[in-house]
Design a protein around this ligand. Sequence first.
Ligand SMILES: [Fe+2]
Length: 228
Amino acid sequence: MRRAELRQAFLDVRKRSALICAPLKTEDYIPQPIEDVSPPKWHLGHTSWFYEAVFLEKYISGYKPFHPRFAFIFNSYYDSFGVRVDRPLRGTLSRPTIDEVMKFRTYVDEQMCGLIDTVQEDGWDAFCDLVILALNHEQQHQELLLTDLKFILACNPLRPAYLDNLDHLNLRVDVPKAKLIAFAGGVCEMGYTGNGFHYDNEGPAHRVYVNDFKLQNRLVTIGNIWHL
Ligand SMILES: [Fe+2]
């Protein structure tokens, strides 16, 4: 991947995290109803801290972090990066504000774009692979953002909706009736065998025994509850 391509991929992923949070009110960014759920504000800060810790502090000599204590607040469980706020306490932090976290994101975006444009050519391939790993990390957090938001909003007796109006999503309402299709078990191969990005725990490919199982004939959709 070349510089312009990586820069665009980086900006696209970063923008998506903000888009996922766009429908939220300020107060929605803070709750942590159970330990396994992290506040949206924390996800947004953590995914920015990650670039500071993995790239900016290592590649830019004399790099000045956006805030000296954000590493303590937004580290998750990476021991080599130092101590951090205990996971169950993430929802107790009213500060930094979401405005500050968004400024932190902008700062990191600018610094990262500058680094992508200037990092030395002879280290490019290793750098590029690491950025792709970091983008996959942020995309994992985007999945977490959505599941955590579902939990946060569903815990509220006022039953707030993530989006009040879903018209623009053009949800399908003509989904076929769901049915389960049976598959015979046996020895199967699992694990990644391609050349593209994959996490180390997705390989090597190996054989496993799978019991008989059933799979639904279509994806789960909220389209068929649209008229309730
Ligand atoms: Fe993470």
